[in-house]
Design a protein around this ligand. Structure first.
Ligand SMILES: [Fe+2]
Ligand SMILES: [Fe+2]
Length: 173
């Protein structure tokens, strides 16, 4: 059975995953109307779907453990971006924030001796390591490319491969 405080903390994480999903959906939609960014567009539509799955996993866990998962209200995320650099900078910053939040949850589960929740959260710990790695890799690539149009073309063409590599590493998560 979940404690009230654990339930509250997990519900905050539900909000965070929902916000991630919205934020990445907004990036996908922005990229969708830019010329030549089909790869980035697909990447963020997919990323948005995955964040929704992270949210659903939490909702089901909270309810299964005798709590009540509350579907949160959402604010409008950032919807336009100055540049691709800005997009991927936001992506990394956002994932680092999520990682901090997951770490806090893990800490709380240990403090409360809630080992079921602790065990459940390990999936998120692994997920965040991969998300950070993907975001860092993509930022590094963009740094290399700079303003080179040919490089940007290749970046957009290859972006799904980076995510594919991360997924192959974790099997069918
Ligand atoms: Fe997530
Ligand atoms: Fe994420």
């Amino acid at each position: 059975m979940l404690s009230k405080s654990m339930q509250e903390a997990l519900n905050k994480q539900v909000l965070m995953e929902a916000e991630s999903s919205q934020a990445y959906l907004a990036i996908a939609s922005w990229a969708d109307i830019q010329p030549g960014l089909q790869g980035v567009t697909e990447f963020f539509y997919k990323q948005s779907d995955e964040e929704r799955i992270h949210m659903l996993k939490l909702i089901r866990f909270i309810n299964e453990r005798g709590g009540f998962a509350m579907v949160p209200a959402l604010e409008q995320p950032m919807v336009t971006f100055q540049s691709l650099r800005r997009v991927f900078d936001e992506f990394l910053k956002h994932e680092l924030k999520v990682s901090d939040s997951i770490n806090d949850l893990v800490h709380q589960s240990l403090t409360e001796k809630d080992y079921a929740t602790h065990n459940f959260l390990q999936w998120y710990v692994n997920e965040q390591m991969e998300e950070e790695h993907t975001a860092r890799t993509l930022n590094d690539k963009l740094e290399l490319v700079g303003d080179d149009k040919g490089g940007l073309y290749l970046f957009d063409r290859d972006i799904m491969m980076f995510r594919g590599a991360a997924e192959r590493g974790k099997g069918k998560g």
